[in-house]
Design a protein around this ligand. Structure first.
Ligand code: SAH
Length: 365
């Protein structure tokens, strides 16, 4: 009896490992195969998947982990995403905006610390007009021409995206959140549109931005079938970057009592994305490091190669509450970069402070 079970387990492992080996080269992926990997529970197979992903990453990017300094410049938001702590109907959080000067001071501090990429992230806050953001981007690029500027500021018109690109913005992060329209509608108020978000992503890529898509893992109502859709969408869209992290509840949102996404599912998604898009830039997210003390390292072991230390000024750092218990004071703080470097060295990786452009880039700038 036991023998038979062992044989079955061996056969299962072999089949799954073969699938993992083929994943990269495959042009046509079946949804069933992807789902089988996502629901895999056997630790040996999961470790094999992660190892394969980190090896592929190393082949393209070496054992370098790219650093991006994150500046969360406003927590005002006109949107009301059900999962997000800075949603407009959350009256419990204290709102803040950084002044232009505060943003420039952050960048200067980041430059001294060695950062050469700045990610300006915020809620969709119309206080920062097209011109205002354009001016901020221009000034950063004038002062630090060797730096890349990434915007992560939600959905705007083509003309606005084009303007910011002309002002010098290099990259744009706009997670697609979920590739299933019905699911999208359960996570967002009816005013928000799945099709519009998708269109924004296509426009950003057309304009020439290094474009980041991505999704939360374990958001309420998500099933393995929906995650398969996320994988197939990303394979088709070919983003330069993908932000993939666990959903974590925030106590003042409608999803307050929903469970967080799991580490295991997040790692499987990271690893499969790395295999499907070998040259993608893939952060090991703060959300992953928040749900598990080893989350940051685990993400890297599953093929992630970007970290985004927090450079938001101390006066407001605790206020960008997308989800509860978000960490920002340890190795995830930009100021503690030496500590982070040490931590990475200890597991055989090197923090890389260069711009770290995507190798997938079609347009040479
Ligand atoms: N306004 C910008 C930035 C949004 S915040 C935009 O629309 O892109 C950045 C990301 O945080 C979101 O894309 C979302 O995927 C993630 N996020 C928001 N709430 C979260 C939560 N409760 N748990 C985990 N991630 C969350």
């Amino acid at each position: 009896m036991e023998r038979k079970e062992n044989r079955q387990l061996d056969e299962h492992r072999q089949k799954q490992m073969l699938l993992i080996d083929q994943l990269q080269e495959k042009t046509i992926l079946t949804a069933d195969e992807l789902k089988e990997l996502l629901v895999e529970r056997d630790q040996i197979v999961i470790e094999y998947l992660c190892k394969k992903a980190s090896t592929i990453c190393e082949r393209h990017y070496g054992r370098k982990i790219y650093a991006r300094a994150l500046i969360e410049f406003t927590n005002y938001c006109r949107n009301d995403c059900l999962y997000c702590g800075i949603r407009s109907s959350n009256k419990k959080i204290e709102r803040y905006r950084l002044s232009d000067q505060e943003i420039f001071d952050c960048v200067n501090e980041g430059y001294q610390l060695g950062f050469r990429t700045y990610v300006l992230q915020g809620g969709e806050d119309a206080y920062y007009t097209k011109r205002k953001i354009g001016m901020i981007v221009k000034k950063i690029k004038e002062n630090c021409p060797d730096c890349a500027v990434t915007l992560s500021f939600g959905e705007w018109d083509r003309a606005v995206y084009e303007y910011w690109y002309e002002c010098g913005a290099d990259r744009y992060l706009l997670r697609h959140e979920t590739a299933d329209k019905m699911h999208y509608q359960t996570l967002h108020p009816c005013k928000m549109s799945f099709d519009h978000r998708r269109r924004c992503l296509s426009i950003l890529k057309e304009i020439g931005y290094q474009t980041g898509a991505g999704c939360m893992i374990g958001s309420p109502g998500q099933t393995p079938d929906l995650l398969v859709k996320d994988l197939l969408y990303m394979k088709e869209f070919q983003p330069h970057m993908a932000g993939i992290g666990p959903f974590i509840p925030q106590k003042d949102t409608p999803f307050a009592s929903e469970p967080s996404g799991t580490v295991a599912m997040t790692l499987k998604m990271l690893a499969i994305v790395r295999l499907l898009l070998p040259k993608i830039l893939l952060p090991s997210t703060t959300a992953l490091a928040t749900v598990h003390p080893m989350g940051r390292d685990y993400g890297i072991f599953a093929g992630a190669n970007v970290l985004m230390p927090n450079l938001t000024p101390q006066r407001v750092r605790g206020k960008y509450i997308l989800y509860d218990n978000k960490i920002s004071t340890g190795a995830e703080s930009a100021q503690k970069i030496a500590f982070l470097k040490e931590k990475l060295n200890a597991v055989g990786y090197e923090l890389c402070m260069e711009r770290g452009d995507s190798l997938m880039q079609e347009k040479i700038q």
